[in-house]
Write a protein that binds this ligand. Structure first.
Ligand code: GLV
Ligand code: MN
Ligand code: MN
Length: 409
């Protein structure tokens, strides 16, 4: 293993900056929601870099993109990658770091004239964020066979548009069968998006598992009426039901404690006027826990609360699961490799769980998988101020290089 080889941090930063210009927001950050015009431009940019680096690019029917670098032998590649879609208030590093660090690994090997034994592959997966179309990690879920392609293509987003139509509209649908290429091992570099590494002054996280994720959409339907004349005893207030649910979620996760977290991140009331009792309210609940039993308990308690509340208030409630993924343990041997490579490069390293969802948790269904984390300043992410220092981006990409060399030879 040529362990003196190092990636070019400036070149990695330049690509991160350039991709961050596509969908750039005033004040920093980026909005490249999945399958929008901004996503199309981002794809064009990254695919252009893949071709410049000599990768052969293929796209599957889900719009997942694969850049292959041949090895001395044929067979399943060692894959890295992540996603280039973002939430509406995204930072510059969530997802893009994993993809562009993969390209930086390829550029470094090209410069050094190294051909690995196994082929390498740099991938980016469609709609990791799930912010426009639920569930999150949709492209990698379809790739590993966890969701039928037809079901994914028929999924309606928050704007009523369908995944399949949007893929076609931006020309992102390819002809490769989903599930190709078959992969030997997968490793994803990502920013932590939480405070743990920074607080413990550690540079590299060797990610052991991803916590379980549960997304539910609740729609309450009541009766619109006059805010001044309707006695409280005659109200069927969907807005009240939604706010009581949001308050309950906070109480619930506090009571369960430990790693349990809960978020009401989207709440819309109709007709949304000062003097009209709301006749409809739609909200989302995001519950996560590393412990699946506790996560299930949180889901059960929420469902029971919502049923009782609806009955008391005389409103209808519809519950719809948008995403449900159990916690995912990564391959212990892969986690060891990340830890060993970080140590060999002289970096401090901690084993840790991931709070966020990642494409790697889907790839773990089909091959040995792990992740490399680098610190997020202030633990801030899904926010335009997301930031990781250049030295730490570089450190993470060098660990990625070593792990990929190790896996491919
Ligand atoms: C997706 O990346 C999530 O963790 O929400
Ligand atoms: Mn991400
Ligand atoms: Mn994200």
């Amino acid at each position: 293993m040529p362990d003196t080889l190092r990636i070019d941090g400036q070149r990695l930063l330049a690509r991160l900056k350039r991709l961050g210009e596509i969908g750039a927001l005033p004040g920093g950050g980026v909005c490249r929601l999945a399958l929008t015009e901004e996503d199309r431009l981002g794809r064009e940019c990254v695919v252009g870099w893949m071709r410049e680096l000599g990768l052969s690019v293929s796209t599957d029917a889900m719009g997942n993109v694969f850049g292959m670098r041949p090895g001395r032998e044929t067979g399943a590649p060692v894959m890295t990658g992540s996603h280039i879609d973002t939430v509406r208030t995204g930072g510059l590093y969530d997802g893009t770091l994993g993809v562009l660090a993969g390209l930086e690994v390829v550029a470094t090997l090209n410069d050094a004239g190294i051909t690995t034994r196994r082929p390498l592959c740099v991938a980016f997966f469609t709609n990791e964020e799930g912010a426009r179309f639920a569930p999150d990690m949709m492209g990698s879920l379809v790739y590993v066979g966890g969701m039928p392609l037809e079901e994914a293509l028929a999924t309606e987003g928050i704007d009523g548009q369908r995944v399949g139509d949007c893929l076609a509209a931006i020309g992102a649908q390819g002809d490769q069968a989903v599930g190709q290429p078959v992969v030997h091992a997968f490793v994803e570099l990502h920013v932590e998006q939480g405070p743990v590494l920074e607080e413990s002054a550690v540079t590299i996280g060797a990610v052991e598992k991803v916590q379980g994720i549960s997304w539910t959409e609740l729609t309450f339907t009541g009766t619109s009426n006059h805010a001044g004349t309707t006695p409280m005893r005659l109200r069927h207030d969907a807005g009240y039901a939604a706010s009581a649910t949001a308050t309950f979620v906070r109480e619930l996760v506090t009571r369960i404690g430990g790693d349990q977290v809960g978020t009401v991140g989207s709440l819309e009331v109709q007709p949304n006027l000062v003097n009209v009792v709301a006749n409809q309210a739609r909200l989302t609940v995001d519950l996560r826990n590393t412990d699946n039993d506790r996560l299930t308990r949180a889901e059960t308690e929420l469902a029971a609360f919502v049923e009782q509340l609806a009955e008391r208030e005389g409103v209808e409630v519809a519950q719809r699961t948008l995403a449900r993924f159990d916690p995912v343990p990564f391959d212990p041997g892969m986690v060891d490799r990340v830890e060993a490579s970080a140590k060999a490069l002289g970096h401090s390293v901690s084993r840790m769980p991931s709070g966020a969802g990642h494409d790697a948790q889907m790839l773990a269904r089909v091959c040995p998988t792990s992740m490399i984390f680098v610190p997020s300043v202030g633990g801030v992410s899904h926010n335009i101020h997301e930031y990781t220092a250049p030295e730490e981006l570089t450190a993470g990409a060098n660990v990625l290089l070593q792990v990929m060399l190790d896996l491919s030879d």
